[in-house]
Design a protein around this ligand. Structure first.
Ligand code: F6R
Length: 369
């Protein structure tokens, strides 16, 4: 049951630190190496792969977009991500040396299932990342990596998404480990950073009251835009999807630099724009670029809501509202940066009087193509 929460979604948002910790549990050895042999793909097979293709729908697709950045960076194996519904209708190049990763919370999504069947017919090896033990997608795959989010009841996916991210990181790092690419200090430190994530998500959850207040204040807005770069881009898409499905509000996510190629025309006085800002440490070019994007948006009258790392002072002059998240390496930041967007959408839906757990027209798993 709801354990005293008003909605399953709120309960599931609150369960995220545990969901993340459970998904990491038993998968990192004492020496920092990953233990994923339960996946049933041999090291030899993994070494032979020359391409990774991630297929998924909706929120799971956003996890797949993050996977692409992480897998290519850590393994140097080319990685594509595609909407499952588009995949098999375009004659994709897949074969024996393609690792197809099918991400699905329910394990029953028909678009994803049909795509994975197609991939297997072409000779590809399929790894399912799934939250539901024994569901059709893992049963029909060559290998499976289970996420341990526990049952997700609210239609909008929250805790499953965070665990899908964790699964993608672990699979990417494992591939790096097995292939011996980039398995050095950088990757070892990422493994340590993964273990810190449950407490970081907890920290975010403790500071959500201002986000709720902001959602109530903006509940009559007609449109909200979300922008990000790099892995902040899928986070922006996810923030927009949550708002559409729960608050029935026009919302769109963009890669920040694409704004100037058209969508910036949408920005008029007072339009809320949520900006996901990467860490100023590490790849600081990325950070500097987005700070100038915020400046451009603000100059056109947008109301800027900035998700930024603690201690990032560069964003302060251009932010109407700042939501702070703990320090995190860029690739892992989606795990903390998505949480405020979930809370924002959930509160917005309540403020507008909609059913948070059962949004109109939606079902928990989409079993038609
Ligand atoms: C959004 C949402 C959907 C699902 C999508 C895939 O909050 O829940 O977009 O992510 O229908 O579902 P699964 O992961 O079960 O394949």
């Amino acid at each position: 049951e709801k354990d005293g929460y008003d909605h399953f979604m709120l309960k599931e948002i609150a369960e995220q630190p545990k969901a993340v910790a459970d998904t990491l549990l038993g998968r990192i050895g004492a020496d920092g190496r990953l233990l994923l042999d339960q996946m049933r793909l041999s090291d030899e097979e993994l070494r032979e792969m020359d391409k990774v293709v991630v297929i998924a729908c909706g929120t799971a697709y956003h996890a797949g977009m993050v996977a692409k950045y992480a897998i290519e960076h850590w393994t140097r194996v080319p990685c594509e991500v595609e909407l499952a519904s588009e995949f098999r209708y375009r004659d994709p190049v897949v074969g024996r040396r393609t690792l197809v990763v099918a991400i699905s919370q329910s394990g029953e999504t028909m678009d994803t299932l049909m795509a994975l069947r197609y991939a297997r017919e072409q000779g590809a090896r399929v790894l399912a990342i799934c939250n539901t033990n024994g569901a059709t997608i893992p049963r029909e795959s060559d290998a499976v990596f289970y996420t341990y989010a526990g049952p997700e009841v609210a239609v909008a996916s929250t805790k499953a998404f965070l665990t899908q991210l964790i699964a993608c990181y672990l699979v990417g790092l494992y591939l790096g480990q097995v292939r011996g690419t980039k398995w050095g200090d950088e990757v070892r430190s990422v493994v340590r950073d993964l273990s810190d994530l449950p407490s970081k998500v907890d920290q975010v959850l403790e500071t959500m009251e201002p986000v709720r207040a902001l959602a109530r204040e903006l509940s009559t807005a007609t449109s909200v835009l979300f922008v990000g770069r790099h892995v902040g881009f899928p986070v922006a898409l996810e923030g927009a999807l949550k708002l559409k499905e729960l608050a029935y509000m026009h919302a769109e996510g963009f890669a920040a630099a694409e704004l100037k190629h058209g969508p910036i025309a949408l920005i008029e006085d007072g339009v809320p724009v949520v900006v996901v800002v990467p860490s100023p440490r590490g790849r600081s070019v990325l950070h500097d670029k987005i700070v100038s994007n915020i400046q451009e948006i603000r100059a056109r009258g947008a109301r800027t809501i900035v998700i930024a790392e603690e201690g990032d002072e560069a964003v302060v002059p251009y932010a109407d509202h700042i939501v702070r998240v703990p320090e995190c390496p860029t690739l892992l930041q989606p795990v903390v940066a998505t949480v405020p967007l979930q809370v924002f959408a959930c509160e917005m839906a309540s403020a507008r009087g909609f059913d948070v757990d059962q949004p109109r027209n939606l079902a928990k798993s989409v079993t038609v193509e």
